[in-house]
Ligand binder design. Structure first.
Ligand code: AMP
Length: 290
């Protein structure tokens, strides 16, 4: 596995692979890798000739009171994991490399009234977060020159924002969104699960339990409003602070008032000091989906 730190060297390597006629897959991450990340790498490997993975804890997407400083950075462990799944290249830029002095160009997402994807859910609780994500992802995509880039459905709103950015700016890459990988008890894998004390880890399972219960109730045609308010009550009782629990239209991310079409139940809450997110897709009046 080739390890590259300089953005320009990475870009030159990827250009060379393109000229050699290789299909390129790219998996951007913030490291502290787990099976969820590795599933993206494995899918990228299956669908492409050359798979590059980036690890960069992007300061632009963290709020001032968030966990940028303490975000886990187990780099040598991550590199060993990527080697074990035979990633071809690991790109580990530093902040000075990606944001040199004088850096002042950002991607703006969701201007008033025209971009529902960034009005609600996490955008409301993490102002500036998706601008930070979109900016770094645009840069990484330009460096990676990949044919396909792989993202997890775990970050449901992020995947929607990136899909829209790629469409709106005509970026020449296919976005693949891969399923959520969960722990045996249902907790969505996340680098932030490392923060959980054993007691909080046990409590965290309530997030996925509540979302799956809500999915079942809606798919079985139970009262939507009752099911949603029961889910909200349950999650706020079992978490330390619930930011939101909503059922949204999977395409527009607008909250739905009555079950219709493809929907997603989404939630964000704190367990101890750790903010966790999860989501489960729902199809009303159709076949049950996993
Ligand atoms: P992160 O390192 O948290 O920025 O995540 C990097 C990529 O891995 C993002 O596209 C995430 O959506 C994806 N990812 C994180 N956790 C999971 C998971 N449990 N299952 C599938 N993909 C995931």
């Amino acid at each position: 596995m080739k390890v590259v730190r300089s953005p320009k060297t990475f870009q030159a390597l990827m250009e060379k692979k393109r000229l050699e006629g290789k299909l390129i897959g790219f998996v951007p991450t913030m490291g502290a890798l787990h099976e969820g990340h590795l599933s993206l790498v494995n899918t990228a490997k299956k669908e492409n000739d050359f798979t590059a993975v980036s690890i960069f804890v992007n300061p632009l997407q963290f709020g001032p009171r968030e966990d940028f400083k303490k975000y886990p950075r187990p780099l040598s462990q991550d590199a060993a994991l990527l080697k074990s799944v035979k990633a071809d290249c690991l790109f580990i830029p530093d902040a000075a490399g990606l944001y040199p002095d004088g850096f002042q160009t950002h991607i703006a997402v969701g201007t008033e009234g025209s971009f529902g994807l960034t009005k609600g859910l996490c955008a409301k609780f993490r102002p500036g977060h998706f601008e930070g994500v979109a900016t770094v992802v645009a840069k990484l995509l330009n460096l990676a020159k990949a044919h396909r880039a792989y993202f997890g459905a775990k970050d449901f709103q992020q995947a929607a924002v990136i899909g829209r950015m790629v469409r709106d700016l005509d970026l020449d890459v296919k976005i693949r969104v891969c399923p959520i990988v969960r722990e045996k008890d249902g907790l969505a894998m996340s680098s932030r699960n490392r923060y959980l004390t054993p007691d909080n880890r046990r409590r965290a399972v309530m997030i996925s339990k509540t979302l799956f219960e809500l999915k079942r109730a809606v798919e079985q045609g139970k009262s939507f409003n009752l099911a949603l308010s029961a889910a909200r009550k349950k999650l706020s009782r079992h978490s330390d602070k619930m930011d939101y629990l909503e059922v949204v239209d999977s395409g527009t991310l607008e909250p739905v008032r009555r079950p219709q079409g493809p929907m997603t139940a989404v939630a964000a809450c704190f367990i101890g000091g750790t903010r966790l997110i999860d989501n489960v897709s729902i199809r009303a009046g159709g076949k049950l989906r996993k």
